[in-house]
Ligand binder design. Structure first.
Ligand SMILES: [Zn+2]
Length: 338
C-alpha cells in the first residue's frame, strides 16, 4: 500500500516556477534549466522503481516515496518500504554512462562521452540514511525491525564497473529489474514477523506525521533578487503578463483569455520562490492587484492557514502541501488549500 505518493520534487517545482518568472535571455536561465533536467531525470528513475514496486502484494508492504525525517540532521529517503518482517531503504539513481566504484571511496566516477566526473558514492549516501533512520526508530521506540538498504540503478544501460576485490558492492547495488528478486531474497532472510500488524500500522502513521518537506531559499541559491523575476499573474495561454482582475475574472490583454483561477499559480510561485509566509499587502503587490477589497476577497477565498491578526496576518501553505500548477485537476479555485 502506498502511504506517501511519488511527486515531483520540490526543487523541480521551484525550477519550473523560476523559469516561468525569469525573463527570456536572463543569464541564469540555462543553469536553472540544466538543474531542472537533472531533477526530472531523478524523478523518472523513481517512477521506474515505483513501477516495479507496484507488483508487491498490497497488504504486506507500506511504501513511502520521498519521506523526509529529522534525526540530528534532516534526511530524505527516495523510497522506504516497511513490512512486519523488515524495513528497506532504497536510493534510486538514474545516471547515464559508466559508473566506476573504487574500493572504500566516498566518490564514484561517472564516465560519459569520454568525460570523467566525480560524484557522491550512492552506497555511502544510503548507508548514512540507514544510520539516521536507525536512530530515528530508536528515538521513537520502534524496536526489533531489521533494517536493510539498497542502491537501485534505474536503467540497465548504465554500466557499473569495479575491481575484483570490491565485488561485495553488488550486494547493495542492483538494477531496478532485479529489485523484486532482491525483496524476495530479503523475505526469505527475514521469514518471521518481527512486529505486529498494529505496531506496523502505528509506525506507518508516525512516519507520515513526522514527514516534513522543506522549501529552501532558491533565490539565494542562484544569487538572484526579487527584481530579477517578473511579478503579476501570468496568462496560462500566451504567458503574457500581467493579467487584470476585472468583474470576478482574470483577463489577458494580449490574447483575451479569461480565467477564474490564474492567480493560484502566482500564489504557488510566491511560496516556492519568495517566502514561506505572505501578508495581504505582499499578496496584492505580487499579484499586482490595486484594490484592497479585491485582494482581500481573492486571498480569503484561497482558505490558506494563517496566524496573527488584521494587517499583520501572515498566510502560509498547509503542512507538506505544494500544489502543482501542472495538475489541472487541482487548479479549481479554493480546492487546493482546504
Ligand atoms: Zn494571454
Amino acid at each position: 500500500m502506498i502511504r506517501l505518493e511519488l511527486t515531483l520534487p520540490v526543487q523541480a517545482e521551484q525550477c519550473i516556477a523560476l523559469l516561468r518568472r525569469m525573463p527570456k535571455g536572463h543569464p541564469v536561465r540555462s543553469i536553472v534549466e540544466k538543474d531542472l533536467r537533472s531533477w526530472l531525470k531523478g524523478y523518472y528513475g523513481e517512477q521506474n522503481v515505483a513501477y516495479h514496486l507496484s507488483f508487491l502484494p498490497e497488504n504486506d508492504y507500506y511504501i513511502f516515496h520521498g519521506l523526509r525525517l529529522k534525526d540530528k540532521y534532516e534526511f530524505q529517503m527516495d523510497v522506504l518500504l516497511i513490512s512486519s518482517k523488515f524495513a528497506l531503504i532504497i536510493e534510486v539513481k538514474n545516471i547515464s554512462g559508466k559508473l566506476i566504484f573504487k574500493k572504500g571511496s566516498d566518490v564514484m566516477t561517472r564516465v560519459l562521452n569520454n568525460l570523467e566526473e566525480g560524484m557522491d558514492n550512492p552506497i555511502q549516501q544510503v548507508k548514512r540514511q540507514h544510520l539516521q533512520f536507525k536512530n530515528w526508530l530508536k528515538f521513537h521506540q520502534f524496536k526489533g525491525i531489521p533494517l536493510e538498504h539498497l542502491v537501485v540503478i534505474s536503467k540497465t544501460s548504465t554500466i557499473i564497473e569495479t575491481t575484483p576485490d570490491n565485488q561485495q558492492i553488488f550486494q547493495k547495488l542492483i538494477y531496478a529489474q532485479s529489485l523484486l528478486d532482491k525483496i524476495t531474497e530479503l523475505e526469505e532472510k527475514y521469514s518471521k514477523p518481527r512486529i505486529t500488524k498494529n505496531t506496523l500500522s502505528h509506525l506507518s502513521d508516525t512516519l507520515l506525521n513526522a514527514h516534513d518537506i522543506s522549501i529552501s531559499d532558491i533565490l539565494q541559491k542562484y544569487q538572484l533578487s526579487q527584481t530579477d523575476l517578473i511579478p503579476g499573474v501570468l496568462c496560462n495561454s500566451c504567458n503574457c503578463y500581467p493579467m487584470e482582475f476585472i468583474s470576478g475574472s482574470w483577463r489577458c490583454k494580449t490574447c483575451k483569455e479569461t480565467s477564474k483561477t490564474a492567480h493560484i499559480t502566482a500564489v504557488s510561485d510566491y511560496f516556492l520562490l519568495y517566502s514561506s509566509t505572505m501578508t495581504r499587502k505582499q499578496f496584492a503587490e505580487f499579484l499586482k492587484i490595486d484594490s484592497s477589497i479585491k485582494a482581500r476577497y481573492l486571498l480569503l477565498a484561497l482558505n490558506l492557514p494563517s496566524a496573527g491578526t488584521k494587517r499583520a496576518t501572515k498566510y502560509f501553505l498547509p503542512k507538506n502541501c505544494i500544489f502543482s500548477p501542472h495538475d489541472e485537476n487541482s487548479m479549481k479555485k479554493g480546492e487546493l488549500f482546504k
